[in-house]
Design a protein around this ligand. Structure first.
Ligand code: FES
Length: 55
């Protein structure tokens, strides 16, 4: 599923980055530019990162 339409970032890509050590939305943003255009994806992306880090 695509989370960030503007930058074409999927939940799978977010999961991969968390597996590699990303622990915050800022880390994901730095690696992918997620959220740097319209910003609408930020809440959902933050939720996914939190959920993955809790597991
Ligand atoms: Fe992510 Fe627009 S959907 S910046």
């Amino acid at each position: 599923m695509i989370v960030c339409i503007c930058k074409r970032v999927s939940d799978r890509e977010i999961r991969r980055l968390v597996d590699e050590g990303a622990s915050s939305l800022a880390d994901i943003r730095h690696a992918t530019e997620l959220g740097t255009q319209c910003g609408k994806c930020a809440c959902e992306a933050r939720r996914i990162v939190r959920e993955l880090n809790d597991n």
